[in-house]
Design a binder for this molecule. Sequence first.
Ligand SMILES: [Zn+2]
Ligand SMILES: [Zn+2]
Length: 253
Amino acid sequence: MIDSHCHLADKQFDTDLDDVLVRAKDAGVTQVITIADTIAEAEKCVQIAEKYDQVFATVGVHPHEAKSWQRGDSERIKAMISSSKKVVAIGEIGLDYHYNHSPQGDQRAVFLEQLTLAHELSLPAVIHCREAVEDIRRIVEEVEPLQLVIHCCTEKWDNISWAVERGYFLSFTGIATYPKSTDIHHTIKKCPISQLLIETDSPYLAPIPHRGKRNEPAFVAEVLKCVAHLKGISMEEADRVTTENTVEFFRLC
Ligand SMILES: [Zn+2]
Ligand SMILES: [Zn+2]
């Protein structure tokens, strides 16, 4: 199993990251991708990835933080990518029109700039998309990046099938384990397993039976169980395929 998206640089992991990673290993999680939200957090993600063999990092600025984007941030991102072999993607980047923590125009400009960078560097992109799927689609079709994943996918299948048709990936979190997530269950059933990743997005979004607690990479097993159930395949088969997908997507080695 691989947790394809978590936030190990979050303050909530500052005191016990060693233990968190031991528990992940004990649960069968062989690799973990730690995702950045800001330039400062990206630096911390790279440090964590350099420290732990099984951890890889992404670098990028979240749409919530688009308002703090500065000239030169693209260069800072490029410098981090060339400084470490453990940086495997640009992310998370995208649009969030639910919270609108940054003006939508800023979000679109910062997303376009970073997605273009991913395209130029032939790196995969990790996309955050909330109530903004039409603008995400428009910008993705304009840039045509090599590879991307719509992380924490909560979209109805008809709204997101375009991404799968273009060869992109969908990634699912513990939200899929909640009984009321019927649209997500339908999307998981429709998404080819060859284009499906699993993640925790920890420390947020803990799956059942851990709901309400701090989430952590070990709990990705609950997401895997849910996907296997919805696909009507064994845990072993779901594990094998999603692990292969993640290794291929991020070109882990
Ligand atoms: Zn996100
Ligand atoms: Zn995230």
